[in-house]
Design a binder for this molecule. Structure first.
Ligand code: NAP
Length: 431
């Protein structure tokens, strides 16, 4: 029997487990270990709560667990928990599928002021991640600045702009829904340091901004490039630009809020201004592919700044880490003998959920080709270690109890009411 430990119960971990089972069948025993009591990683805590169709992929991961792969939840690896070196003693192969949970820093003065958040924190807050349940998200000021031109920036802006009715069929955390109902936010600006052609929005996410019930999407036509260039764009990008052009051309309406997409605006500094914040941005221009500052600055008054500028993986003791790129040093998913990495921890934080699937297949093939069973203890070894340390993990059965309780507690029209406290989850799981 080949014993494999996968660290991280998100999409990257599940696609690897699925591929290993497909490749090795009954000859492999897999433990998926996660620091949270709940599986599915970004599907539960990252994908926007109003994008339920994307979240439906969790059924596929559920089938992996139902097929016999073990879930070992609420068990930390690294950071004072079980070491990667210890896992390598117990398992024939260890796969790091730990994602990229940390916010990248803006590197400008004022980014540590209260009211300045990274997207991992804000997204974790509205998705009910236990670590961010108590986050203070100031929503009493009309202005919000969302920095970055990726889909996460759109997600954050859209959730902040939506009404309670629009969120009714979502699984947004109860504390976030309550705070958003009271929100005074009505002037949300998504700020890109480069131009519309350089934005990494995708078509569906961009178009959605044009269908918000209380907020109008606004683009300054002067920021848009000459339409003659659109024909040369890749089809998806052309659709993004078409949406931006439609927003710029749309007549004013009487919606009480706006989501402005503002380009060529590079954040320079953030200052406290009474009870609020003042974000200074510099107008930029592109000299070929190079971003150039013009020296022209303007100020944006807001109560909340959300930096959606990408993520970094969390380093693990003894595992080579590329701090500049925020990921583990690896060669096609191999870090060292019997130690592998997949997903964002391998490639960096880019791509859709499905992009992790080929990664998982490649790592599974690498394990099948290079790692032989060596009589290691596998699950029995981990269970004995956890018992010695007095740690009772949340199992698949425990997770099923949490899942059933969340679904049973759902408000009308919503898929579930999430638990956010670990203690509550553990109690329902019988731990
Ligand atoms: P992203 O697409 O890489 O966008 C990051 C943005 O941050 C870029 O516009 C980048 O600008 C900007 N940026 C970086 N450093 C900056 C700085 N110091 N100051 C100002 N701006 C800065 O990343 P993401 O939005 O975090 O998304 C991560 C991945 O998840 C992406 O592949 C995304 O498509 C995916 N995702 C998909 C969905 C969906 O399909 N619904 C939802 C959410 C996320 P430059 O380009 O100028 O560097």
């Amino acid at each position: 029997m080949l014993h494999v430990a996968i660290v991280g119960a998100g999409p990257a971990g599940f696609y690897t487990a699925e591929a290993l089972v497909k490749r090795l069948g009954a000859a492999v025993a897999i433990d998926i270990i996660d620091g949270l009591p709940t599986p599915y990683g970004l599907i539960r805590a990252g994908v926007a709560p109003d994008h339920q169709s994307i979240k439906a992929v969790d059924r596929r991961y559920h089938a992996v667990l139902a097929g016999g792969v073990r879930f070992v939840g609420d068990v930390m690896v690294g950071d004072g928990g079980v070491g990667v070196d210890t896992l390598l003693e117990m398992y024939d192969a260890v796969v790091l599928a730990t994602g990229a949970p940390h916010d990248r820093k803006l590197g400008i003065p004022g980014e540590d002021l209260p009211g300045v958040l990274g997207s991992a924190a804000l997204v974790g807050w509205y998705n009910g991640h236990p670590e961010f349940a108590d986050l203070d998200v100031p929503l009493a000021h009309p202005g919000v600045a969302v920095i970055g031109n990726g889909n996460v920036a759109i997600d954050c802006a859209r959730i902040l702009a939506k009404t309670a009715d629009e969120l009714a069929s979502s699984d947004i955390a109860v504390h976030a829904r309550a705070a958003l109902v009271e929100s005074a936010v009505r002037d949300i600006r998504i700020l890109g340091r480069r131009g519309p052609y350089q934005a990494s929005f995708t078509p569906k996410e961009t178009a959605e901004l044009g269908h918000l019930s209380r907020a109008r999407a606004v683009v300054d036509a002067a920021d848009l490039p000459d339409a003659a260039g659109d024909a040369a764009l890749e089809p998806g990008q052309r659709k993004v630009i078409a949406s931006l052009r439609a927003f710029a051309a749309a007549p004013a309406d009487d919606k009480p809020a706006r989501v402005g997409l503002e380009f060529f605006a590079r954040p320079v500094r953030i200052e406290a201004d009474g009870g609020a914040l003042r974000l200074t941005v510099e107008r930029t221009r592109l000299d070929g592919a190079t971003l150039v500052g013009t020296g022209v600055e303007r100020e944006i008054a807001c109560g909340l700044v959300v930096a959606c500028i990408g993520y970094a993986s969390a380093p693990l003791a003894g595992v080579p880490f590329d701090a500049g790129r925020g990921r583990f040093v690896n060669d096609a998913g191999r870090i060292a003998e019997r130690l592998f990495v997949t997903g964002w921890a391998r490639r960096g934080p880019s791509g859709t959920i499905g992009t992790n699937r080929p990664d998982g297949i490649e790592v599974a093939e690498g394990i099948a080709a290079a790692v032989m069973p060596a009589g290691r203890a596998g699950a029995a070894g981990l269970d004995a270690l956890l018992a010695r340390r007095g740690i009772v993990p949340v199992t698949f059965t425990g997770w099923q109890a949490i899942d059933a309780a969340e679904v049973a507690a759902a408000r009308t029209g919503a898929p579930r009411e999430k638990f956010v406290a670990r203690a509550a989850m553990r109690s329902v799981a019988g731990c």
